[in-house]
Structures are given as structure tokens and as C-alpha cells.
Design a protein around this ligand. Structure first.
Ligand code: AR6
Length: 311
């Protein structure tokens, strides 16, 4: 199964789990809705035996043959159908018979089957429960880009692209730049060498090399803070050009660090305001694009700055 919408859904659930109690449903709902509208498929474990041997059962179709979905019981009451977003997620369950099924069809089936309370996604790892009410809510929620402020490193996020706060040489350095290069390996440095640098405020996209939970790295160069008005323009351009680069490369989820606020000394409060304003403007200018954006706060004070603004 190779479906980029299923992958985006898997990523959104992973990030939701990672964020813990503060997590917002918005990115998951976006990924789910986008998936439903674009024939997202999931792997459903099935029994190949006749229906009367398995009760209760949810009859799906695999080509012309009927098959019966596996289900799981929770707390003695809930009966949910298991579905997986990838072979990797399926592996720990040691399940042999699966069918690739359209999520929209599975949702319809679940709603028809009185014994079933919903779908459980990746029960062996992330275990994301989608009760009927949640399925209903997510199905109705309007699609729109969202940004989520999260605690932690960009390197923890499962997204289409991770943004690097690089320098003008693009040849690595300290901070998040150093961490990304260390994890990605020498192939990244080699590709970066080929670009001959990047101007302040611009963005360059590369492969992700050994970082397998993202497809790309977008390197942008923030301003070294001097207090001049140009710093604010340059920082806004970092967000704008990174978003545009992501969009033009078909990327629909992206994780930003707090660009320029470490070694480059940009005051946090001001930088957070610029990030929020620039992203909101980009969303307004691109109403037909649905992008899940994560603003990652490696240090607690970064998180506090965003919260001050958003509250
Ligand atoms: N992992 C994840 N995020 C980090 C890490 C890390 N190890 N270290 C810092 N951050 P900075 P800048 C976060 O200093 O201010 C480099 O040497 C940090 O909390 O990495 O744009 C480059 O090569 C903050 O949210 O970048 C440049 O020369 C964000 O990363 C220069 O620093 C940016 O902090 C760029 O300075």
C-alpha cells in the first residue's frame, strides 16, 4: 500500500500521541478529511472463513469474495474494527490476512453494523480510537490549515518536512542545524554543498537522508538579530518561503523550530508574533490548501512566548 494520504494520517496520529494531554485534534481531523476525500486506504485484518463461523462480523468485500473484518473488544463493551495505516504498523500484530480498504467505505460499514462502536487505528502501537461520534465529528469538520504549538524538538515530529534554522553556508553548525545534520548523515552535507549557500530569508529543500520519519528538510536562514526593521522582514520571509517551498513540493505537514531565537539572538516574544502573523497570512492567502503546521518549542521559554501571544 502506498498512499500519501494514509501516511499523512499516520503522521498526524503519531504527533497527536506525542503531544499528550495538550494535543489538538485539528491536524488529525485535517488528515482524516483529506484522506476521505482522496480515497485514503487502510489495511484491515480479516477472517477468510464463512460468516456463520465468526460472530459478530463485519462483512467487507475483497474483489468478489466476502471477507470478515477482525474486531477487538475493549472494557467488555466496545467492539471496534482494527485498521492499520502501514505494513510497519501491522507487523507487531502478526496478522496474516489483511485487505486494503477505502477508509470512507469502512466508515460506512461501521455505521451500518449495529454491534460496532468504531474503528481503532494501529491498535498495536499508537492505538487511536475513533468512536462513531468522533468519526461523525471529524467527517463534518471544515477543512482548514492549522498551526499547533508543541513542546519539543522538530526532530521528534513525523511530518512531510522539517525546517532547519541554518546559516548562509548551508554547511551545518550548532543548535538545531547541528542536530539535523548529525541525524541525517553525510549525504545531507553533500547535497547542501551543491547549492553554494542560501540568502537570509530564503529557503532551500533537500532530501532527509537517514531521518526516515520525514520526506524532506527545508533549510532557511534567519537574520542575526541586530534590532533593525530588516530583521523582522527577513524572519517573516523565512516562514513565508519555507511554507511556499513546502507547498510547491506537495508537502502538507511541516515542523518549524523557533528560527533565529537561539544563536542568532532574536527576542522570543517578537519572533513568536512574527511566526504566528506570517503563517496566518499565508493561510489566508491560500484558502484552498490544507497544511498542518507544528511550531516546535525546544525550550520552555519558547512555549511560554507562544502561549502569551495565543492567549
Ligand atoms: N534540537 C532541536 N532544536 C534545537 C536544538 C536541538 N539540538 N538546539 C536548538 N534548537 P538555533 P538560530 C532550537 O540556535 O538562532 C546554528 O549554528 C532552539 O531552541 O539552532 O536560527 C546555525 O548553523 C530554537 O527553537 O538557530 C546558524 O549558524 C531553534 O532551534 C545559527 O545556529 C533555533 O535555534 C542559527 O541560529
Amino acid at each position: 500500500m502506498d498512499n500519501r494520504y494514509t501516511l499523512e494520517f499516520e503522521r498526524a496520529i503519531y504527533n497527536f500521541r506525542l503531544e499528550g494531554d495538550d494535543a489538538s485534534f485539528n491536524p488529525v481531523a485535517n488528515a482524516f478529511r483529506m484522506g476521505i476525500e482522496n480515497d485514503m486506504e487502510v489495511l484491515v485484518p480479516v477472517h477468510l472463513a464463512p460468516k456463520d463461523i465468526i460472530t459478530p462480523g463485519l462483512c467487507l468485500k475483497n474483489g468478489d469474495s466476502p471477507v470478515f473484518a477482525n474486531y477487538a473488544r475493549f472494557d467488555g463493551a466496545d467492539c471496534m474494527v482494527g485498521a492499520y495505516t502501514s505494513e510497519k504498523e501491522l507487523a507487531p500484530g502478526d496478522l496474516r490476512d489483511v485487505v486494503c480498504y477505502r477508509m470512507s467505505d469502512l466508515v460506512s460499514k461501521v455505521n451500518e453494523w449495529s454491534g460496532c462502536t468504531g474503528i481503532i487505528i494501529n491498535p498495536h502501537t499508537m492505538a487511536f480510537n475513533m468512536h462513531r461520534e468522533l468519526l461523525d465529528q471529524m467527517g463534518k469538520r471544515p477543512l482548514s490549515s492549522t498551526f499547533e504549538v508543541v513542546r519539543g524538538s522538530v526532530l521528534n515530529m513525523h511530518v512531510g518536512a522539517i525546517v532547519n534554522a541554518a546559516n548562509r553556508t548551508l554547511l551545518g553548525g550548532g543548535g538545531v542545524d547541528g542536530a539535523i545534520h548529525r541525524l541525517a548523515g553525510p549525504g545531507l552535507l553533500e547535497e547542501c554543498r551543491g547549492y553554494g549557500g542560501c540568502k537570509t530569508g530564503d529557503a532551500v529543500i533537500t532530501g532527509s537522508y537517514n531521518i526516515d520519519h520525514t520526506d524532506a528538510i527545508i533549510h532557511t536562514v534567519g537574520p542575526i538579530y541586530s534590532g533593525r526593521p530588516q530583521d523582522r522582514i527577513d524572519l517573516a520571509n523565512c516562514y513565508l518561503n519555507s511554507m511556499q517551498t513546502a507547498f510547491e513540493n506537495g508537502i502538507r505537514s511541516i515542523a518549524f523550530p523557533c528560527i533565529s531565537t537561539g544563536a542568532y539572538g532574536f527576542p522570543l516574544g517578537e519572533a513568536a508574533k512574527i511566526a504566528v502573523r506570517t503563517l496566518s497570512e499565508w493561510f489566508d492567502r491560500n484558502p484552498d490548501v490544507v497544511m498542518n503546521v507544528y511550531l516546535c518549542c525546544f525550550r520552555d521559554e519558547e512555549y511560554r512566548s507562544y502561549m502569551n501571544i495565543l492567549n
